[in-house]
Design a protein around this ligand. Structure first.
Ligand SMILES: Cc1ncc(COP(=O)(O)O)c(C=O)c1O
Length: 379
């Protein structure tokens, strides 16, 4: 079945009610005994399990190629926390330095303090050198915010027998990239972004193959209790049904915007995986189904943060804000926003004050380009 058809049909019609859109059950606890007979016991208490979440988890496992199970969380960060909870004191955890600022904060301030040896890798060579000795390897590809692509298969081949390779697939989505197919052990999503797709919810997910890892992740889901409510699960399910339409338009818009920005005099350079001059462009064809994604990194000629922020405030269509992956185009300034929690000394050296990050929405490309041009002209 083509992935687009799967995105529309997975999980429907509902096997209990026939509903053609997944039902939402606003219920916290369930009867454990009805009349003389025990009912066909499906659910007990919503923190452990609830019907709308069960449908979402089944759909997530099916759309992430190679997935045998999925576990949903209250946010992307809660999903990341559940994965780091697999680590014990003394374990070595390699993290490619170019990651979402929240991931950096959690690893650095929580898990390092618990005695996990967190090793930040600035290059793939460093990551590959240490891969065999690590208990866990954490990568994003494309990375946030620099849009570097990492070869998942090469890292999977270099890792040790017991190393857990985790790919945060938020930027690519299951429609563009299937990390489990290339040898990853776990995939993480901030479904807040492209999967939900409308900037109206927070939700996270971990998807994997091994039953042992599922058991361990579910244990943390139930124990820590950071679960998504029925409405968030429903909204994510609704978002997933249009993921292919949105992401294809977002990729087309991103390519058009990236090409148009390259020649603007206020722009120093554009980093977009879909352009042939991107250093890892070959990986777009190898592991991203030929799409460059909906995100663009733009380096401006000026380094003056105040001038850049006041230019961004001139935008009329692009919205200055955190997050990404929604239908509306967003622009952010990583050094003062998403990555501000990482001290400059240890931040990736390419996250400079002249970097802006664009999340392309589904508007008309010509409007997006005209709006960027009129704001950039003020620099
Ligand atoms: C790549 C990536 N992973 C994880 C997260 C965290 O997700 P959430 O905001 O849903 O907790 C983010 C948030 O921006 C992100 O960009």
């Amino acid at each position: 079945m083509h992935p687009a058809t799967r995105l529309v049909h997975q999980g429907i019609p509902d096997r209990w009610t026939g509903a053609v859109t997944p039902p939402v059950y606003f219920v916290s606890t369930y009867a454990q005994w009805l009349g003389d007979q025990p009912p066909e016991q499906l659910h007990e208490y919503a923190r452990s399990d609830h019907p709308t979440r069960a449908i979402l988890e089944e759909v997530l496992a099916a759309i992430e190629e190679g997935g045998q199970w999925a576990v949903a969380f209250a946010s992307g960060m809660a999903a990341i926390d559940a994965v780091f909870s697999l680590l014990e004191r003394g374990d070595r955890c390699l993290i490619y330095l170019d990651v979402y600022g929240g991931t950096w904060r959690l690893a650095q301030f929580a898990y390092q303090r618990y005695g996990v040896e967190i090793q930040w890798c600035r290059t793939t060579e460093q990551l590959l050198d240490l891969a065999r000795s690590a208990r866990l390897i954490w990568i994003e590809t494309p990375t946030n915010p620099l849009l570097t692509l990492l070869d998942i298969e090469t890292i999977a081949r270099a890792k040790g027998k017991d190393t857990i390779l985790v790919v945060d697939n938020t930027f690519a989505t299951p429609y563009l990239q299937s990390p489990l197919r290339w040898g990853a052990d776990l995939v993480v999503h901030s479904a807040t972004k492209y999967l939900g797709g409308h900037s109206d919810l927070l939700l996270g997910a971990v998807i994997g193959k091994s039953p042992q890892l599922e058991e361990a992740i579910r244990f943390w889901q139930k124990t820590r209790g950071a679960i998504p409510g029925p409405m968030e699960c429903f909204l994510t399910l609704r978002g997933i049904r249009t993921l292919h339409l949105r992401i294809e338009k977002q990729c087309a818009n991103a390519l058009a915007v990236a090409q148009a920005l390259r020649s603007h005099p206020a722009v120093e350079r554009v980093r977009y995986p879909g352009l042939p001059d991107h250093p890892q462009h070959h990986l777009v064809h190898k592991q991203m189904n030929g799409y460059g994604g909906g995100m663009i990194a733009v380096y401006l000629r000026t380094q003056d943060t105040d001038r850049i922020l006041s230019m961004l405030r001139q935008l009329r269509i692009w919205i200055l804000g955190e997050s990404l992956g929604g239908t509306e185009s967003l622009v952010s300034h990583p050094a003062t926003m998403t990555h501000a929690s990482i001290p400059e000394m240890v931040r990736h050296p390419d996250i400079t004050p002249n970097l802006i990050r664009l999340s392309c929405g589904i508007e008309a490309a010509e409007d997006l380009i005209a709006d960027l041009h009129q704001a950039l002209d003020t620099l």
